[in-house]
Design a protein. Sequence first.
Length: 318
Amino acid sequence: MWYQILKFEIQYRIKRPETYVFFIFIFLFSLGGVEFVFEGKSLGLVKKNAPIVVAKIMAALTGIFMMIVSLVMGTPVLRDFKYDFQALMFVNPISKGDYLAGRFLGAFIVLLFIFSGLLWGTMLGEYMPWRHPDDLLPFQWKTYVYTFLTLVVPGLFFGASVFFVTGALFKNLMLIYTQAIFLFVFFMLTKAITNEYLQAVLDPFSLTTTSRMVDLWTPAEKNIQLIPFTSVLLVNKIFWLMVSCLTLWIGYKKFDLVLINRKKVKNKRDDFRVGNETDLATQLPTVNLSYDFKSQFIQLFHLAWFYFISIFKQVSFL
């Protein structure tokens, strides 16, 4: 059953335009990744497509685009409960494990497709007209694939686990939109740790980790050597993998597949409560419908004002 849910999630996502909008946005942004991350600073003797430079670009952009991870991974369960999906649980033999596994894996596969724009963008960025040949090494596709698999994918898995569980347990759209900010704040707090080794281990995006790995390297070594998946980098990835698995386990234990909010049910019952005969006998006023430009403009104004006030009152906006 989990495989059917996985296929449904993927089929749903590939029909949504935001999937391709996210991919194109990340792809186009990655074309100028070197210029954005290093802000035009000189790299000295290190080339702009050296393994350490590629690693820093991918790690930094993964952290910046965590908001997209939140939007993709935080909504699958929320979407189902928004449309009263729990009612189907009584007529379909779907286990909690199958449901969560299908939703998570389906959304994560789509997330990998979206972030493949980062891989393709950094690769094709070497051929952009603003890149000077003297600043580049011969093209090595293995550098990009290796970095994507060792830095980006583990980082995405951690973010996906946290955001998916948060969305499944709290089912709060505003929390889904803002939780990536809290992760970024945590990353900034790790910069205040004085112990360099601990700081490198606790960095969820591995920016500090990669810097520590190559501290003693010469420019020649930085240009030709891939960052080895050993030492503090391996410890960093194992630590965050354990955090991810623990988060998923807690989410599985705490999640209730057929939980129905009692307040929501009570409100629905109140909505369907029939009034007395006097209310039913009330004569409704006669109205004239108007679809001219003036009425449409008034509707536009009131809708715009309504959504402005709604956003302005949100805690995340304030």
